[in-house]
Design a protein around this ligand. Structure first.
Ligand SMILES: O=C(O)CCC(=O)C(=O)O
Ligand SMILES: [Fe+2]
Length: 805
């Protein structure tokens, strides 16, 4: 089976290469198809021992950064080799696909962020350890973030691994965790093709607030130390979130496994281990693995463990099980639920005194850590006078809702609201007042955002800083314009490949033939399909084109880097021929900007383009080789098209123009125009679309109606332009097309236009002219034609009529 469903994923972290690692036997016993390293895959840094009471001590909750120092490259490599040579791990590598990200110790230095000087070397060594391909784009980017899609359609599991080190600002800065390029990448990933299950791996905990509270005492890292970035993450996962963990329209599960060798209890000297257990007991849900019966007792698993995710696709509905397992492979806690529960429309019902209630929402609010005990008392003794100020509100609320207040960890209080039926009553604030009646921070900032959706959130975690996995299911609701495009994308894609006929947003996707270029030269059938598509539609896809996927991806990455340049740098990309340079967003196309390169067939011009923009070396390299390959491709397509029409032509010396487009979409621009209706002015265009978001539409030649064309990764789209129509004496169709925003995600596309004969006029060869088919167009120069389109504003092929013979 080329694309089997993934039903077993294991994950783990914190593996000391110098320690015995018996846990691998259990991992192999679980027989995962995928294993995810979530960081501290080796301990690459070193501690300076220090003495307390005559003994050397190296652990402690205090700020210990200065006590660590990095290893040399050779030493870090040696440690990775040790890790890789562990027999159990070697066995796992033979059976499972191993992927991973890093945390601080394998990044190279305890608690380090973007300031760490060894990060480029560390990146190379981690990717070597993970057997990342030499030409992988992951080796070109700054940081080790990556994403994977497993399984066939309908059973897709997407795994997104974040890099929380490479771009991270200092811990107390409330600055960056991911950095802009990674954010943009993540946005594209989360808005890209739909998956049934999305798993995000982060080396530091996302939901737990424990470390934020304990910050003054314990130097523990987590997303909670970066509230603004965390808010951004939750907003990205669900734009309706008003407080970070309340409004997701589906449950969010998270589970931490830490670690394979360096577990919570093992990280303290043995005399403190029972103390750890006691602390866990006293803080019921902090150090816990979630399970329905562990709310009031500690479910911490402080011994070495790994995480296990099992998906039963055959169950109806499919079930998911999240577990921690110990070194024997025994489950030590977990949770199981149907994936249908990860769905905004599934409210959870409860029954109380004969009434049934739907779960409406659950909010969590952060409390100042010293005030928490007071609030805890308040919750546990509802007669407490502090409730008085809320009595009226509470009565009203309770009249139509059931409210449950629950403390889910020392600083997070959850408020779960159930409503009887219909629209839940909306509460604006529920605030706490202090002893003097003065209002403290509002507990519920804004409930109105939560109306109409059943939702709840909770977290399942152990307390160590590492390794959180979060499951998300994309919303199916069409209530938010932002998401409207996504469910339909995959439906349309099925259609395009010919195995389904479903409507997407009421409109059929265009059926674009895919031509295998390896066959199109020889196999008459394929050549005929090429000719027919070019005559009727003016548009087709090509596969078998010989441009490596890595290069396609590398070029997209380079293009994104260029667009991130400041405005005045972009404007250095000046016109060579009329309108060939940088185009800023304009009144006609306000969401669109583009770079242009003329002549892409000339290596010197490609170099000049890169130099004027100061393109970074890897971007320059990608642009150079892409220009070369794409030029070969466009010439090849043109020649095969000519052959299919019975002509032997070569197009090698026709000038080419690159146009690199970016569409600055936001959630508010969904449905708006990216580029207005036009035909391309030249002969033919080879287009590499954004693989993550569609939006291109082509006009049906018969009805004139526009139909969406979705990206088909790995292929190129070919459009024929006005010159093709003129050159073929009207035989080839110049396809009208436009681009619309279908999702609030930035989109890029890369077009290479094969324009027209060099220094010559466009004139149909005699083969296309006969008594029945008299010459339709007079001879014209391409530059003049371009100006004509510009001066008349006729961009959709109308200007050709002005050239009638
Ligand atoms: O962005 C696209 O998909 C199409 C761009 C386009 O039509 C053009 O650049 O001429
Ligand atoms: Fe176009």
């Amino acid at each position: 089976d080329p694309d089997p469903a993934v039903s077993r994923i294991a994950f783990g972290s914190c593996a000391n290469q110098s320690a015995p690692q018996p846990v691998w036997e259990a991992v192999v016993g679980f027989d995962p198809q995928v294993f995810i390293w979530l960081g501290d895959n080796v301990y690459g840094d070193n501690k300076r021992p220090f003495r307390v009471f005559g003994r050397e001590r190296t652990v402690g909750p205090w700020r210990n950064v200065p006590r660590f120092y990095p290893s040399t490259e050779a030493e870090l490599r040696r440690r990775y080799e040790m890790a890789k040579a562990k027999p159990g791990y070697a066995k796992l590598r033979e059976r499972a696909q191993v992927i991973g990200t890093w945390d601080d110790h394998d990044y190279g230095l305890n608690d380090a962020g973007k300031e760490f000087g060894g990060k480029v070397t560390s990146q190379r060594l981690l990717l070597d350890f993970l057997d990342e391909a030499e030409d992988s784009s992951r080796r070109q980017q700054a940081g080790v973030y990556a994403s994977y899609m497993f399984g066939p359609e309908g059973k897709r599991v997407k795994v997104i691994l974040l890099d929380t080190r490479y771009h991270r600002d200092p811990l107390s800065s409330d600055g960056a965790v991911l950095g802009d390029p990674q954010w943009q990448w993540l946005e594209r990933e989360l808005h890209g093709p739909r998956s049934e299950i999305t798993i995000i791996g982060s080396s530091i905990q996302v939901i737990s607030n424990l470390s934020a509270t304990t910050g003054p005492l314990f130097y523990v890292e987590s997303w909670a130390r970066f509230p603004r970035e965390r808010e951004r993450l939750f907003r990205l996962i669900d734009s309706k979130i008003s407080r970070y963990d309340c409004g997701a329209q589906y449950p969010l599960y998270d589970i931490t496994s830490s670690g394979l060798t360096q577990s919570v209890e093992n990280s303290v000297p043995s005399v403190f281990q029972s103390l750890m257990r006691l602390v866990a007991l006293l803080t019921p849900t902090t150090l816990r693995v979630f399970s329905p019966n562990c709310r009031y007792k500690s479910c911490t698993y402080g011994q070495p463990n790994f995480g296990a995710i099992e998906i039963d696709w055959n169950a109806v509905p499919p079930q998911i099980k999240l577990e921690l397992r110990d070194v024997e492979g025994n489950s030590v806690g977990g949770v199981e639920f149907p994936i249908s529960e990860l769905d905004p429309s599934k409210a959870h019902a409860i029954t109380k005194q004969g009434h049934s209630y739907q779960r409406h929402c659950a909010l969590e609010t952060e409390l100042p850590w010293l005030e928490l005990p007071a609030y805890q008392l308040l919750i546990f003794s509802p007669r407490n006078p502090r409730w008085n100020s809320h009595k009226k509100d509470m009565k009203e609320l309770v009249a139509c809702h059931v409210v449950r207040l629950q403390i889910s960890n020392p600083i997070v209080m959850s408020i779960i609201v159930f409503c009887e039926s219909g629209e839940p009553k909306v509460w604006n604030t529920l605030s706490c007042r202090n002893r003097h009646g003065r209002q403290k921070q509002p507990l519920l900032a804004d409930l109105s955002c939560l109306s109409a959706f059943g939702a709840h959130g909770f977290s399942a975690q152990t307390a160590s800083a590492n390794c959180l996995i979060r499951l998300i299911r994309p919303r199916q609701s069409t209530s938010s314009s932002r998401c409207r495009g996504h469910p339909s994308l995959s439906i349309r894609r099925r259609e395009q490949t010919g195995d389904g006929t479903t409507h997407a947003q009421g409109r059929m996707a265009a059926k674009i033939p895919v031509i295998d270029l390896r066959l199109a030269g020889e196999a008459p059938g394929e050549a005929a399909r090429l000719r027919d598509a070019a005559r009727r539609l003016g548009c087709f896809r090509v596969s078998g084109h010989g441009v490596p996927r890595e290069l396609q991806a590398g070029m997209r990455a380079a293009v994104r880097a260029l667009f991130d340049l400041p405005g005045d740098a972009k404007r250095r990309n000046a016109d060579v021929i009329h309108g060939s340079g940088y185009m800023a967003p304009s009144a006609a196309n306000p969401l669109y900007e583009a770079f242009g390169l003329y002549d892409a067939a000339s290596p010197a011009d490609v170099d000049a383009f890169c130099s004027c923009l100061d393109a970074p070396p890897h971007a320059r390299e990608a642009i150079r080789s892409y220009a070369e390959k794409a030029h070969e491709l466009v010439v090849d397509v043109a020649a095969k098209l000519a052959t299919s029409l019975g002509l032997d032509c070569s197009f090698g010396d026709w000038p080419c123009q690159f146009r690199i487009n970016r569409y600055n979409y936001t959630p508010d621009t969904v449905g708006k125009t990216g580029v207005q209706v036009h035909t391309d002015s030249g002969f033919l265009t080879v287009l590499q679309e954004d693989d993550r978001v569609g939006g291109l539409e082509v006009a049906d030649p018969d009805t004139g109606e526009f139909a969406p064309v979705d990206p088909l990764p790995g292929t190129f789209l070919v459009n024929l332009g006005d010159v093709a129509t003129a050159w073929s004496n009207g035989e080839l169709h110049n396809v009208r097309h436009r681009v619309r925003c279908v999702a609030g995600v930035q989109r890029v596309s890369i077009a290479l236009f094969l324009l027209a004969p060099k220094d010559d006029v466009v004139r149909a060869p005699e083969a296309f002219v006969s008594a029945e088919r008299p010459r339709r167009f007079r001879d014209f120069g391409y530059d003049d034609y371009r100006r004509l389109r510009q001066s008349t504003g006729e961009h959709a092929g109308e200007a050709l009529a002005r050239l009638a013979a």
